[in-house]
Write a new protein. Sequence first.
Length: 423
Amino acid sequence: MKTKINSITLTSYMAVLFSTISALFIIAGILLPSLGCNNNPISTTTNIEMHIVPRDPAYPGSYPIVGTSQTKCYDSSGNIITPVSGQAFFGQDAQYTHTAPNYTKSTNGLTIKDEVTGLTWQKSYEKPTFGGMYYWAETQTLVDNLNNQNYGGYNDWRLPTIKELYSLWNGSAGWPYIDTNYFDIKYTDEQDLSHAIFWSSDKYTGVMGNTGNSPGAEIAFGVNFGTGHIKAYSISVGPKHFVRCVRGNLAYAVNLFQNNNDGTISDLATGLMWQQTDNGSGIDWEHALAYAQTQNNANYLGHNDWRLPNTKELQSLVDYTRSPGATNPANVGPAINPLFSCTGILNDGGIADFPYYWTSTSAIPQANGTYAYAWYVAFGRAEDGNGQDLHGAGAVRFDKKILGTGAGEERVLNFVRLVRNIR
């Protein structure tokens, strides 16, 4: 009897021990990917919220906008032109002086310091060795890995906001829309380059409309440095995307608006003064440029140096906490600070919405194409042609400059909000 009891006890003990060891292996399998080990694949769990780093308060001059580096002017066919005041197509991005990019490479070759913004970036970017890229929620594990490694000598890496990420956008040539003298972009052909999408930390306040591959999905913004777009993408369904982390200057890309009570709003952080209202109707790009000339001739609001904003200036106005379809009722409205007014419209689906606005920056739709397109920014739904939100309020896209210039026209009649420098 004694021997039998010991046999049963031993058997039970071994069973418990085996179960305990198995459980430990399971726990280890869950935990190890988040411990910063380079040889372990990153967890595919997607229900992790991003650790959003609190922003510092803005102050005058804290948000200098890096110019687009576009140096030529183009007509509606993409031909290079040199228009003068009073002529069609005068007032383009390239005709004004903007802050030039200024980068410094680190001695270890791992990081790039942007001397204009005060931000430090990864020179290269993170792509898993086990295949594929990242869902938005997976990027927090990547950030933790970099900080655990003290990557580049720093342990305060984070995912950039969409405005920080867009500060790297460079329109001097396009395809890719980033300075490859300083930043790596890895691709094999044009099709591969068109998927050079990088995540930001900005999760969309609404959800994807009843369209695309994942209607109703939560989405977050990213910059496509191949095509040049800003769009919102599903955080956990469909394709994964790249990550380029940043550190430093937590006041950058924070607005500091002042109502001048004269029909203008100043952003003291960027040094720009804006038209408080918009022009009230959709017009093509040629007439948008002409509108600025007309207002200057009329000394509009006491100034005669208004212009169409370039794409990075206009994107600086977007309030990514707001959208027409925000899930929080307090954030419902156009994606702009409530100090500004936006003309209400009915979109292609007959849904109450807000306009797209022209920039002064020309766009090239594919590598080796022509600059017959111009960029615009969505302050309402970036919709699919049926009124459903496809890419999110705050998206940056392009279209033909005038009506009737061929296939591909989608959004040729857009609104205008003028800008001028206040310093």
